[in-house]
Design a binder for this molecule. Structure first.
Ligand SMILES: [Zn+2]
Length: 76
């Protein structure tokens, strides 16, 4: 499981994204980003709510690489 965060989903005009294997780790990255990019020393409760809403859990699965098969219709 991977946790992904998209800053734009909090309503910010910001393209920052982060991901981490745990929510705790992700929150750390978000907090650091909020501080550096948005001058938020701490995340107020209403912001925390938005942040939680902007976090998505992504299942990590071994995805079969879809190799495009070329048709052998090579005609001249
Ligand atoms: Zn941001």
């Amino acid at each position: 499981m991977v946790y992904k965060f998209e800053c734009s989903k909090t309503g910010m005009d910001c393209s920052f994204t982060a991901e981490a294997p745990s929510k705790e780790e992700l929150m750390g990255k978000i907090a650091a980003h909020a501080k550096e990019a948005h001058q938020l020393e701490t995340l107020p409760p209403e912001m925390m709510e938005k942040v939680n809403g902007a976090i998505t859990e992504v299942q990590e699965e071994a995805q079969p690489s879809a190799a495009p098969e070329n048709g052998s219709g090579d005609q001249s």
